[in-house]
Design a binder for this molecule. Structure first.
Ligand SMILES: [Mg+2]
Length: 111
């Protein structure tokens, strides 16, 4: 196995994460297909839901449970979100700020 040249600096910005994922995709020679990436993201969201469900007993976090798998599945989801943003030339920080400005104008209804 070849040694990885990937490195994520301390206190990374969202752009740093996106750059890391860009380099990771190249280093691992991963497929760059947005629809395929959407499928992988959906799979990871499913794994996250499963991890949350297993760590959640009766609506609360189970006593003694270690939500480590939730942590790792959230990381998987984040990787695919970064990857999809990269494929579409989207700066996630800018997207977050723009969407939150829209959300601030919304009226939120409780179900
Ligand atoms: Mg996963």
């Amino acid at each position: 196995m070849a040694e990885s040249k990937l490195f994520l600096k301390e206190n990374p910005t969202i752009q740093d994460y996106q750059q890391y994922v860009r380099e990771m995709k190249t280093e691992r020679n991963f497929k760059l297909d947005p629809m395929y990436e959407c499928c992988l993201l959906a799979e990871e969201v499913g794994e996250l839901i499963s991890a949350v469900r297993k760590n959640n007993k009766g609506g609360t976090i189970g006593s003694g449970s270690v939500p480590g798998s939730v942590k790792l599945e959230l990381a998987d989801v984040f990787i695919y979100v970064c990857s999809l943003a990269n494929m579409h030339g989207i700066d996630l920080e800018e997207a977050f700020r723009e969407k939150e400005e829209i959300n601030k104008q919304r009226t939120w209804k409780r179900l």
